[in-house]
Every structure is written in structure tokens, then in C-alpha cells.
Design a protein around this ligand. Structure first.
Ligand code: SAH
Length: 354
């Protein structure tokens, strides 16, 4: 077992099973052994890749959508351009480059990144090469300004709890010990008032996931945008309502057992967008839109053609494959969804419907 696994096993032996959320939080964020704390998982020889790492087109279009949202709201100045979980900083670098020609945008923006991982803060500083970045540990520390925020594959990294329905009650999935090894178990049945609405659309034995951490962040962003103006573009895999066990571990681009190597594999779960939209009130939420549809509406095909003109051979092939990967329903196009949060008095950023 990994050093973190040994420590968690001792903890469970001493004080009993832990929730999936506490397990996930330890695996990802433990200050000493956490997955994100100790490495850049997107780097060469890393564990997974993301849309902005696949092609510059993703960040360019997201940046122009945010900038158009900013113009549509009267170009407030100054405003916070914020990103939680910026990874290697690639998305923000593409956003900044693509928006350079938007009059006033760069003068008005104040750059705020929310990142808990020291390793990734370093990568972001290197990629962005600017001296005007403010980093925060928590979204609550963002300044009181109009807020234009982008979050790509951030919410999927937040800890989830899992509950198995039993009558009108739920048994929570917990991580315990069997013969010295970590294993999944179930708590005694308890009522979970926060899942009352899921008694309508589930049956005995169904697994429902919820993320108090994700909801708390949406509850922080939503009211800020509602009162100060701005927009949040949230891109992630998931659906309007979660159903079933979506906890997954990925290591070196392969699926792994989430309990096998605590701290050494990336752990994620699908995002429940309905829960984010609810928590973000009084902000409005756009319709949940497949990533492929969103990018096509923003003109990714025209952008891909323009970039293709300068390419030949293997570079051209990689570029064509990247376009397909971001948009095709069999790749990221349908699994990944986009939702915007925006003030009730505003329209959503381009590419999305109210
Ligand atoms: N958005 C990037 C990276 C996604 S990986 C991209 O699209 O490439 C997830 C990111 O979220 C990493 O930067 C990770 O360190 C960060 N992260 C995970 N949990 C976090 C938390 N609780 N608070 C802030 N950042 C977190």
C-alpha cells in the first residue's frame, strides 16, 4: 500500500470507516501525499489530458465567449478574471492571447487563480509568465468585483458522497478495512434530507452522488455574479442529474481501482449540474449544452480551418484529430457539457441558451 494508504488504514482502524468524500479529499489534497499536491498530472508522462491541453482552439473560443459576455454587460472595469483549478495554466494563457484585441479587456482584468497545489501553481506561473497574478487557496478569497470565471475539469475533482437508496432512507458508501486492505462498505440506513428530491426519480438500490464541496463553491460564485455582474463558464463531464457510481481512478491514461493506490491516481466523479445550478441561485443557469455543440456554435470549424492552412504532415493530422476529439460525440463532444451562470438581468455568453 502507498504511504497515504497505510495512514488511512490506521485512521480507519482507530476511528471507523470514512465517507467516500473524506477518502477522495485525502487522496487528492493531502498536504504531504495528495495526488495534486505532489505533482503535475498533465505533464509529459502524466496521467490524463484535458481540452486546453489538446488544442489551443478550446481556450481561444472560451476566452472570446467570456469577453463577449463582458462586452454585453457593459464592459465593467475593473473585473476579476478568475479560474479555479487552472492545471498548467494553458487554458488561461489561450484566453489571454485570444482576447488581446478586445478593446479595454486587458486593462480592466485582474487575474485571480484558485489553486491548492504548490506544484501546479509553479506550472501556472511558468506558463503565464506575468507578475500580476493573485493566487488563492479558496474561492471565498476572490475580490469583490464583477466576476468572469472559467472552470474546466475542476468540479469533477471535488469530493463526492455516495448514497444507496433503501426505502425512504439511504445507506452511505464508506471506505473501511477488510483483512487490512481498504474496501467499500455501507453505513446503516439514515434519512438524508438533502436527497429528498431524489426519492422521486430513484429506486431501491440506486446510487446517488452529491458533492457538498462543489455546491459550496457554486453557492459562493452565484450570488457574487448575481449582485456584481459577470458570468461563470463551467465545463465538465457529467449530466443534469447524477445517477449511479461514477467515481473513477485514472493513472497513466488507464482506468484503475479507486482504492488501490491512494494518492497515486487521479480520482474524479461526474458533475451533477442541477445541484450546481440550484446552489448558485439567485444566479440564472443556462441550458446544459454538449461541449461539441457549444464549440461548433462558437466557430471551431472556421478556426480549425484557419489554423490548418499553416500546417502539413503529422502536424496537420494532429490538428485535425484534436478538432475531432474536442467536438465529436464519440469523443469529448457529448460526454462533456457546458453550463453558464449569469445574472438574471443579463444574457448568457454566446454559444449557450438561457
Ligand atoms: N483546468 C485544468 C486542470 C484540471 S485538473 C485543465 O483543464 O487542464 C484539476 C485542477 O483543479 C488542478 O489544477 C488541481 O490542482 C485543482 N484542484 C483540485 N482540487 C482543488 C481545490 N479544492 N481547490 C482548488 N483547486 C483544486
Amino acid at each position: 500500500m502507498t504511504p497515504l494508504g497505510q495512514r488511512l488504514a490506521r485512521q480507519i482502524a482507530a476511528s471507523g470507516p470514512m465517507t467516500v468524500a473524506d477518502y477522495m479529499a485525502a487522496c487528492l489534497g493531502d498536504p504531504e501525499h495528495g495526488y495534486y499536491t505532489t505533482r503535475d498530472p498533465l505533464g509529459a508522462g502524466g496521467d490524463f489530458t484535458t481540452a486546453p491541453e489538446i488544442s489551443q482552439m478550446f481556450g481561444e473560443l472560451v476566452g472570446l465567449a467570456l469577453a463577449q459576455g463582458w462586452l454585453d454587460q457593459g464592459a465593467p472595469a475593473p473585473f476579476a478574471l478568475a479560474e479555479p483549478g487552472p492545471g498548467r495554466g494553458t487554458l488561461m494563457a489561450d484566453i489571454l492571447r485570444a482576447t488581446r484585441a478586445v478593446p479595454g479587456f486587458h486593462d480592466a482584468l485582474r487575474l485571480h487563480l484558485v489553486e491548492t497545489s504548490p506544484a501546479l501553481r509553479q506550472a501556472q506561473a511558468a506558463t503565464l509568465g506575468r507578475d500580476d497574478i493573485t493566487w488563492h487557496d479558496s474561492i471565498t478569497a476572490l475580490p469583490d468585483l464583477p466576476l468572469f470565471l472559467v472552470a474546466n475539469e475542476f468540479f469533477d475533482a471535488l469530493p463526492i458522497r455516495q448514497a444507496v437508496r433503501e426505502g425512504a432512507a439511504w445507506r452511505e458508501r464508506v471506505v473501511g478495512l477488510r483483512d487490512g486492505a481498504l474496501c467499500l462498505g455501507l453505513s446503516d440506513p439514515t434519512p438524508l434530507p438533502q436527497l429528498a428530491h431524489r426519492l422521486e426519480d430513484t429506486r431501491d438500490g440506486d446510487i446517488v452522488e452529491f458533492s457538498p464541496a462543489a455546491e459550496a463553491i457554486a453557492a459562493e460564485i452565484g450570488p457574487r455574479i448575481a449582485t456584481r455582474g459577470g458570468a461563470a463558464l463551467i465545463v465538465d463531464y457529467g449530466d443534469w442529474r447524477s445517477l449511479g457510481d461514477t467515481l473513477q481512478a485514472v493513472r497513466r491514461h488507464e482506468h484503475a481501482d479507486p482504492l488501490a493506490e491512494p494518492g497515486e491516481a487521479d480520482l474524479t466523479a461526474h458533475v451533477d449540474f442541477e445541484a450546481l445550478a440550484q446552489a448558485a441561485q439567485p444566479c440564472s443557469a443556462s441550458r446544459l449544452t454538449p461541449q461539441g455543440v457549444f464549440l461548433e456554435r462558437l466557430g471551431i470549424t472556421q478556426r480549425a480551418q484557419a489554423l490548418a492552412r499553416g500546417l502539413t504532415g503529422a502536424e496537420l493530422e494532429t490538428h485535425v484529430a484534436a478538432h475531432r476529439r474536442l467536438t465529436h460525440p464519440a469523443e469529448m463532444g457529448t460526454l462533456f457539457k457546458v453550463m453558464a451562470l449569469f445574472p438574471k438581468t443579463a444574457t448568457p455568453p454566446p454559444g449557450l441558451d438561457a
